[in-house]
Design a protein around this ligand. Structure first.
Ligand code: ADP
Length: 354
């Protein structure tokens, strides 16, 4: 009984803290200069002097600077461990029955995949999340039992593709309201996983399936949303209470606008669909941040899929990824403006540079 009371107190405290802070967080992460940019002598437009306070300055001209405010600002020196340390309380709240959605937004090449998936030893949020979930499940085994499953989806051209299905290319999937209130995709493969190794293998299988049928894997991934869903079914052994919750980890399509001359035929349709889904996501999250009475989830497959993990008492974390380079200034400003809108706050003041 004591443990049960402790859990209730912990949840209440957690709720109070979250209520005070709101359920939408935006973290801004800037990638390092690439070797090419460094050797070409490109200059930086980013000022990290107030990064500790969540402020990032963007030099928009020789004497002007725009300040944007976020919940966290990461410099290129901040590693995967420190980024995950900040994201960890949000992701692990899925084990306490909350729905969670984490997504990485930004221009192609700014580190969305680096943040979510990571590379080699530099594992990202996806791996670290699963690792942490299994660790907590083990720690809580005296009081709770958990069943964890994963789904891996891709949304490309407003079509959902199940990357764990045996025939991933042919299926056209639709979203339905499940009986228990969840939105889900009937027939989607849910792989039950018992430990981090199994979970990682499933993710790799999903990743491999992504490449099937596309000539250029990198181009294809920058134009589709890669969506990992972790489903948690929990039973509290003391109270007997059962809960179901979802955690979405999403690596979004690149947010860059293509040059008008470049866009024709299939590329035009692709670009329009990316635009549509990213602006639908911005509309939904900013409607939530502004406590609007109508939340337009139905405007894209992406937001429709995420519906039960955006809003209500669910928690949302957005990584806005940017490039430090002067060459990308236009896209950087556009991403930061988008992220500020998502956070439900107005733009920071334009300051004279000192
Ligand atoms: P995106 O998914 O936005 O297209 P990537 O994740 O593929 O971008 O990143 C582009 C390149 O920059 C990759 O080689 C990646 O390893 C590197 N990179 C991005 N962010 C970081 C970082 N914070 N630290 C080190 N390398 C990074």
């Amino acid at each position: 009984l004591k443990l049960n009371e402790e859990q209730a107190i912990r949840k209440k405290l957690h709720n109070q803290i979250e209520e005070a802070k709101g359920n939408i967080r935006v973290f801004c992460r800037c990638r390092p200069f690439s070797n090419y940019e460094a050797s070409a002598g490109h200059t930086t437009v980013v000022d990290f002097s107030a990064a500790k306070d969540g402020d990032i300055g963007i030099l928009t001209g020789s004497s002007t600077k725009k300040i944007f405010k976020f919940d966290r600002v990461y410099t290129p020196k901040d590693d995967q461990v420190s980024v995950f340390a900040d994201a960890s309380p949000v992701v692990t709240s899925v084990l306490d029955g909350y729905n969670v959605c984490i997504f990485a937004y930004g221009q192609t090449g700014t580190g969305k995949t680096f943040t979510m998936e990571g590379t080699g030893q530099n594992r990202g949020v996806n791996y670290r999340t699963l690792e942490q979930l299994f660790k907590i499940v083990e720690e809580r085994k005296e009081t709770s039992t958990y069943s964890i499953s994963v789904c891996v989806l891709e949304v490309y051209n407003e079509q959902i593709r199940d990357l764990l299905a045996t025939e991933p290319t042919s299926k056209r999937l639709e979203i339905r309201q499940a009986s228990e209130g969840f939105h889900h995709v009937p027939g989607i493969v849910e792989a039950k996983v018992e430990n981090i190794k199994e979970a990682w293998n499933v993710l790799q299988a999903g990743n491999n399936a992504r490449a099937i049928g596309s000539n250029n894997v990198n181009e294809h991934s920058s134009r589709s949303h890669c969506m990992l869903c972790i489903l948690v079914r929990a039973k509290n052994l003391i109270s007997g209470e059962c809960t179901q919750s979802k955690l979405w980890l999403v690596d979004l399509a690149g947010s860059e606008r293509l040059a008008k001359t470049e866009v024709q035929g299939d590329r035009l349709k692709e670009a329009q669909n990316i635009n549509r889904s990213l602006s639908a996501l911005g509309d939904v999250v900013s409607a939530l941040a502004n406590k609007s009475s109508h939340i337009p989830y139905r405007n894209s497959k992406l937001t429709h899929l995420l519906q039960d993990s955006l809003g209500g008492d669910s928690k949302t974390l957005m990584f806005v990824q940017i490039s430090p380079s002067e060459q990308d200034l236009g896209e950087t400003l556009s991403s930061l403006n988008f992220a500020s809108r998502v956070r439900g706050v107005e733009l920071g003041p334009v300051k004279k540079q000192v």
